[in-house]
Design a protein around this ligand. Structure first.
Ligand SMILES: Cc1cc2nc3c(=O)[nH]c(=O)nc-3n(C[C@H](O)[C@H](O)[C@H](O)COP(=O)(O)O)c2cc1C
Length: 292
């Protein structure tokens, strides 16, 4: 039996985190099929606070919201500007502000999303195209909490809506940057090859194929001379700071932290994420964490 990332879930034992990372895709059109009570229970379980702790130690909290019992006018208020069609269930993610908060939210919600993917469900990270105030009211946010992102969850529709097709085309969602554009040696310039990553090459690949806000792919990895991997943000300042304290490109960093770790653990590779340590100084890049 292969190591199972979803050891706490009753899902196919052969399903791995890397499988789910490869399978996951943003789903914006949902089938008119209810999520069965037992599957819903597993989702509730994934959302429970005990199973969610990010590398920075922020207080992250999730809620599975069912729109079904809401009145028509309430449902209308909980909008996604027409981007999501047919979803009844949403997972809402809140975190107390502070250093590493966005990364932790990204890390934890992506773990839930991979779990949902392994259950055959569709999801779609939403950091911009949802009515934040209405969903925040349902989350009953504490004073310093933010609601950076939510995701619908449900069975994918067979046909994609026109809006969905347009959004995928607009963001170039099927494309990812190549290895030489993302992964470097410690000078931050020389491209790193797959063979130079050795046993960690799948963990690097898992970062590369991950989702990111508007598919901007702001993650960069650097392998230093001691064999430690450093995660950096190549920030688009205007884009990242347009929503005040909600920084979607830091959420992207959390997703990268999650993907790398899931695969490293699955392959039983040594190390863990260290935050608050310095990495090689690379102009234009912001150090986030180091795997050693
Ligand atoms: C933090 C974050 C925020 C996102 N926000 C939105 C959003 O508001 N609306 C949307 O339709 N897609 C959103 N996306 C989905 C991305 O556009 C999508 O992940 C990217 O285009 C890659 O496509 P894929 O997820 O199908 O691989 C977001 C993704 C991330 C990671």
């Amino acid at each position: 039996m292969r190591h199972n990332f979803y050891c706490y879930m009753e899902v196919d034992e052969t399903e791995t985190g890397l499988d789910a990372i490869r399978q996951r895709i943003s789903v914006r059109s949902y089938a008119d099929k209810q999520v069965e009570p037992e599957v819903r229970k597993l989702l509730e379980d994934l959302c429970s606070i005990q199973k969610n702790a990010g590398p920075f130690g922020s207080a992250v909290r999730f809620r599975l919201l069912d729109l079904e019992p809401l009145s028509i006018s309430e449902t209308r208020r909980m909008g996604t500007y027409g981007v999501i069609k047919g979803a009844r269930l949403y997972i809402l993610g809140a975190v107390s502000g502070g250093k590493g908060a966005m990364e932790d939210l990204g890390y934890c919600l992506e773990k839930i999303i991979l779990g949902a993917t392994a259950l055959g469900l569709g999801t779609c990270w939403l950091g911009g195209t949802f009515k934040r105030g209405s969903f925040a009211a349902r989350m009953e946010l504490a004073g310093d909490e933010l609601l950076p992102a939510i995701t619908p969850v449900g069975y994918p529709a067979v046909e994609k809506s026109v809006t969905e097709r347009m959004m995928r085309f607009g963001a170039g969602s099927n494309r990812r940057k190549s290895w030489p554009e993302l992964f470097f040696k410690s000078d931050g310039i020389t491209a790193l090859t797959e063979s130079e990553c050795g046993l960690f090459s799948d963990a690097y690949e898992a970062v590369r194929i991950g989702p990111s806000a508007s598919n901007k792919q702001p993650w960069r990895l650097i392998l230093d001379q001691q064999g430690a991997t450093h995660l950096y943000l190549k920030e688009n300042k205007i884009y990242n700071r347009m929503m005040g304290k909600v920084r979607l490109q830091l959420v992207d960093m959390g997703i990268a932290l999650c993907h790398f770790e899931v695969v490293a653990r699955e392959l039983k590779l040594p190390g863990s994420w260290n935050t608050g340590v310095e990495g090689p100084r690379i102009p234009g890049l912001q150090h986030i964490a180091c795997w050693k």
